[in-house]
Design a protein around this ligand. Structure first.
Ligand code: NAD
Length: 494
């Protein structure tokens, strides 16, 4: 990836966007449009259609038709694999173009966006393509006079609703297994970052995915999103986003057709550093990245740091040094370590969280100010707040920004108590040189992921999902296929 290539792509004019329904770009039923505002300079890049219930209805009916026709849903798994592999290849071929488009939309630093968005999405699609002709049904261990078979069938029409931080990566975690299993899909992208998912649907078509199998309806959550959640002909809804919207979706399911709802929600993940950490420098560096990459707009961000008292000063020294070196800047410059905050509203929320933490008694050690105001974009210096207690909002509430809450502890049990003092349970980390302590902590911390001596980077081979109010869905790995298939029993008298 060269700066010159990025510079060429960043100025490309983005035409006004339509919906993608039934295999083609389609006008929305109404004329309402939403501005796409650049988080880099505040300018309007283009507009997207503000789709509504009528548009969702059309997309769901095209998806249903495609499903019933069976060209995809009943295709041999090896055939689906062929198309999905081509799809992955096309995403890779267009990776830089897609990454730059996405950064212009949501502000993630390009180095991270390139890997985490198109390349990760391509890898995910390929993983499920490769898996789908290797997953077998079952023969039940019955008595000899019957045959019990367990088939796995696609569900039908799957709705996908994702957030703006990594729309492609998270979208692919749902679209990949859903398509591989034979379902049709209707995606409602986040209103703050819709462009790359629209592009993804075009590439899927180009790869040979039959018309109507993958549809994208842009629009607001409260209208297009809710229409999808309430639709009587949607069989499942795969969601990543906030807890408040997750709750709403469960209600929508209860009020409509009891569609299954898979929820991946927020987190307030603890990063616990014991005094026997093998390499303090490395732990500080990875911890800084674990909270500040993509400006902390990462569901698994290690937003609560717990450091054992014996090394507290040394560790914090290292952490402050590495954080001071992180360059916040234009996300399309390769020299920037941290890009823009996705929206002005989110920036305000971050700044308010810092101010409130200070009011409640936390000590600001670094950052927390808005910078580059003259650019018109949304930029903020990563903030580190110490002496944060479980009574403070910053210990319990997700900010979803570059704001780190720090505290110290003496004993292991105390660390466990502090770590678990939150309604969430998404990710966590433990830094220690002791194998037994590492295993004991993996058991004790209530979270869907416990990293040991690292933070982040768990690949597609392992599941991702939360405990408690971080949700109960599981993206990634072969387990994700369970969310998009039904088990059917055949009981045959012999
Ligand atoms: P959000 O919940 O506001 O929006 C997520 C999506 O839901 C968007 O597409 C939005 O349009 C849609 N939506 C909003 N209201 C809706 C409604 N009433 N009905 C249907 N759809 C609706 O979240 P966000 O601000 O986009 O993203 C940030 C949140 O996402 C954070 O809480 C973060 O932790 C979480 N997140 C979780 C994971 C994970 O894997 N667990 C990953 C990334 C982000």
């Amino acid at each position: 990836m060269q700066q010159a290539q990025i510079d060429r792509l960043r100025s490309a004019v983005i035409p006004a966007q339509q919906l993608f329904v039934g295999g083609r770009s389609t006008q929305a039923s109404g004329n309402a449009r939403l501005d796409v505002v650049s988080p880099i300079d505040g300018r309007v890049l283009t507009t997207i259609a503000d789709g509504d219930a009528t548009d969702i209805d059309l997309a769901v009916s095209r998806a249903r038709q495609a499903f019933e026709q069976g060209t995809w849903s009943r295709a041999a798994p090896a055939q689906r694999k062929k198309v999905l592999l081509k799809f992955a290849e096309l995403i890779e071929q267009h990776a830089l173009e897609i990454a730059v488009l996405g950064v212009r939309d949501n502000g993630t630093e390009i180095g991270m966006a390139y890997k985490a968005e198109p390349l990760s999405a391509a890898g995910t699609i390929r993983y499920y393509a490769e898996a789908v002709d290797k997953v077998y049904g079952e023969i039940a261990p019955t008595s000899g006079d019957v045959l019990g078979l367990v088939h796995r069938e696609p569900l039908g029409v799957v709705g996908v609703i994702v957030p703006w931080n990594f729309p492609l990566m998270i979208g692919a975690w749902k679209i990949g297994p859903a398509l591989a299993a034979g379902n049709s899909v209707v995606v409602k992208p986040p209103e703050l970052a819709s462009l790359t998912l629209l592009r993804l649907a075009e590439l899927a078509s180009e790869a040979g995915l039959p018309d109507g199998v993958l549809n994208v309806v842009t629009g607001r959550g409260a209208s297009a999103g809710e229409a999808l959640a309430l639709h009587m002909d949607v069989d499942a809804l795969a969601f990543t986003g906030s807890g408040a919207v997750g709750r709403r979706l469960l209600e929508c399911s209860a009020r409509s057709n009891l569609k299954r709802v898979h929820l991946e929600l927020g987190g307030k993940s603890p990063n616990i550093v014991f005094a026997d950490v093998p390499d303090i420098k490395q732990a500080a560096k990875v911890s800084a990245n674990g909270i500040f990459r993509n400006s902390g707009q990462v569901c698994v961000a290690g937003s609560r740091l717990l450091v054992q008292s014996a090394i507290y000063e040394r560790f914090m020294d290292e952490l402050l040094q590495v954080t001071a070196k992180l360059r916040v800047g234009d996300p399309l410059e390769l020299t920037s370590d941290i890009g823009a905050i996705s929206s002005h509203a989110q920036l305000r929320k971050n700044l308010d969280a810092v101010a409130r933490a200070e009011e409640q008694g936390a000590t600001r050690l670094a950052g927390g100010e808005q910078i580059r105001i003259e650019s018109g974009g949304n930029f903020m210096v990563p903030a580190i707040l110490a002496d944060v207690t479980p009574a403070m909002d910053l210990w319990r509430e997700e900010v979803f920004g570059p704001v780190l809450a720090v505290t110290r502890f003496e004993r292991q049990e105390e660390a466990v108590g502090l770590a678990n003092a939150t309604p969430y349970g998404l990710a966590s980390a433990v830094w220690t040189g002791s194998l037994s302590r590492a295993h004991r902590m993996v058991r004790a911390v209530r979270a869907g992921v416990v990293h040991v001596n690292t933070y982040g980077g768990a690949d597609i081979t392992v599941p991702l999902g939360g405990f408690r109010q971080s949700g109960f869905g599981r993206d990634k790995s072969l387990h994700a296929l369970d969310a998009y298939t039904d088990l059917k029993t055949a009981w045959i008298a012999l």
